[in-house]
Design a protein around this ligand. Structure first.
Ligand SMILES: NC(=O)c1ccc[n+]([C@@H]2O[C@H](COP(=O)([O-])OP(=O)(O)OC[C@H]3O[C@@H](n4cnc5c(N)ncnc54)[C@H](O)[C@@H]3O)[C@@H](O)[C@H]2O)c1
Length: 429
């Protein structure tokens, strides 16, 4: 099939590259010329395991990127909208990029003779595809959905860092469409997949994505709450959750307590669901608490640090890990951001290290120190805080000897203190 991908971030680049790898003709459209240039040169605009190799194989062959909507829509049969859907200051979803992309596609559908399908892959609140994207497409194209073109919703469940693997090995595929022709064509695209394929209307597909993320975020906040109680009781919460997770009804995933969740999805999607619930006059108490528990975890880390270093003014504190999780350079909503903010408010001198995400964090905190290695960050520090579960931190040992005081506050349970000459404090253990 000939596919256009609108927006080449984490979702768009991975989706486009993986579709190209399946043998489809792919055109990626972005408004950012730098991204377009990179993709055409076979360089991923974001870091994802395995993406560079795949992109190099297909860029300039059956995958190309462009700024030109005209050629992209005229030359393809199906478009996937993969643009950002941030939340606004009130926590409601901001759909301006979805509107803009729908307008741009709709204008090009006007003169298109053949049937074209527009699929929303961005995470959008229930009712967006049928109530926002579809009317814009109809208005701009002068055609009716279901006749001149089709509309669908195909939420993306990939994990950053493992996005290529997840796209190729999904647990399920959800296809939302309000007309059977669109649903059938989208289904054809995924014909080679052996996982369950669920067909729904667009509103249900949109809700499935939100509920999945809200449930996973709830599991993390639940694990953090349990962890906070366990720490006070002198019980190892990781052993507790090992026992709990063995229950097939619960599963062992997302039960690791620590600094909490970040990233481009969980915080914003829980907020957007809360915002949508408010619109329909419902107060989601549980979801609000999920965010509150999450916001508290960095505060708890600071409190633990101050137990060991009561006055942080002028003290060098190392922050190890800036990405919101390991295997990514993404710092959006990273727990390291409020953590560093709190340290700076206390007058600490922060030196941070992250093998991939330091460049992005420099835009948020240009005036803190950035070290080239974890050892250099630790050099002369009064204490260190571990904010990301990077594997390399598991191996830290002799590096701790470079600290002025060997105090380690571990927010991710990556350091095993046994046999190490350090003062170790786990966040929830
Ligand atoms: N990142 C994830 O792990 C993930 C997982 C599942 C779903 N999602 C959802 O997918 C969507 C995209 O997320 P992302 O992380 O890939 O975003 P991103 O910010 O990494 O990338 C979005 C891209 O869209 C481009 N863009 C913006 N407006 C455009 C327009 N009008 N036309 C063409 N391009 C435009 C931007 O320049 C950018 O390159 C969001 O709704 C997100 O919630 C993200």
């Amino acid at each position: 099939m000939r596919i256009s991908i609108i927006g080449t971030g984490y979702v768009g680049t991975v989706t486009g590259t993986c579709f190209a790898h399946m043998g489809h003709e792919v055109v990626c459209v972005d408004v950012d010329p730098e991204r377009v240039k990179k993709i055409n040169a076979g360089e991923p605009p974001i870091y994802e395991e395995g993406l560079e190799e795949l992109l190099k194989d297909h860029a300039g062959k059956n995958l190309r990127a462009t700024l030109d909507y005209d050629a992209a829509i005229a030359g393809t049969d199906i478009s996937f909208i993969c643009v950002p859907t941030p939340t606004d200051a009130d926590g409601r979803i901001d759909l301006r990029f979805v509107r803009e992309a729908s307008r741009s596609i709709g204008q090009r559908l006007k003169n298109k003779k053949s049937y074209h399908i527009v699929v929303v892959k961005s995470t959008v609140v229930p009712g967006t595809t049928s109530g926002v994207a579809r009317p814009i497409l109809e208005q701009e194209s002068g055609k009716k959905a279901g006749e001149g073109f089709g509309v669908g919703m195909n939420p993306e469940f990939l994990r950053e860092g493992k996005a290529v693997y997840d796209f190729q090995h999904p647990d399920r595929i959800v296809i939302g469409a309000d007309d059977p022709k669109a649903a059938a064509i989208i289904r054809q695209l995924y014909a080679g997949y052996t996982c369950p394929v669920l067909e729904t209307d667009t509103k249900t597909a949109e809700m499935i994505k939100y509920v999945s993320n809200a449930f996973l975020a709830t599991k993390i906040s639940f694990a953090n709450e349990v962890g906070n109680i366990c720490k006070r009781l002198g019980i190892d919460t990781y052993k507790v959750m090992e026992g709990v997770g063995l229950d097939a009804r619960i599963s062992p995933h997302f039960l690791r307590s620590g600094l909490g969740f970040g990233g481009s999805c969980f915080p914003k999607d829980v907020k957007a669901l809360i915002g949508k619930a408010a619109e329909v006059d419902y107060e989601p108490l549980l979801l609000k608490t999920v965010l509150k528990v999450n916001d508290k975890q960095p505060e708890i880390a600071l409190r633990l640090l101050k137990k060991h270093v009561p006055d942080l003014k002028g003290k060098k504190i190392a922050v190890l890990g800036l990405a919101f999780k390991d295997d990514t350079d993404d710092i959006r909503e990273s727990r390291a951001i409020p953590l560093i903010g709190a340290l700076l408010a206390e007058g600490a001198k922060v030196v941070a290290y992250d093998r991939m995400a330091a460049g992005h964090m420099k835009n948020v905190y240009p005036n803190i120190g950035y070290a080239k290695t974890a050892g250099d960050a630790l050099d002369g520090a009064e204490a260190c805080l571990i904010a990301t579960e990077w594997k390399e931190f598991e191996k830290l040992d002799v590096e701790f000897a470079r600290m002025r005081q060997k105090i380690v506050i571990d927010g991710r349970r990556v350091v095993d203190p046994r046999g190490k000459d350090i003062i170790y404090e786990g966040l929830c253990w």
